[in-house]
Design a protein around this ligand. Structure first.
Ligand SMILES: [Zn+2]
Length: 79
């Protein structure tokens, strides 16, 4: 069951399914890194599309930290 293969909203590229080893998500209440994240990636502009279930998981982990596998300090820097 793949929801990918549709046209990118931002260009005429195609969104393809990809699994990222790790991906950082910013949330209003914190910052989370998920591992083995399935995402849709445009093969032209590289824009990422996240599934609703992935975003729900981010929310879950942010709001209930005990559900996280482990916690790592995340370095944040101003550019
Ligand atoms: Zn695109």
């Amino acid at each position: 069951m793949s929801n990918y293969g549709y046209q990118c909203e931002w260009c005429d590229g195609t969104v393809r399914e990809k699994t990222l080893a790790r991906e950082a998500f910013r949330h209003a209440k914190g910052f989370v890194i998920l591992e083995a994240v399935p995402v849709g990636v445009c093969d032209k502009c590289g824009r990422k599309y996240y599934a609703a279930t992935t975003l729900r998981r981010v929310e879950e982990v942010v709001l209930h930290r005990e559900k996280a596998e482990r916690t790592e300090p995340v370095p944040v820097a101003h550019v």
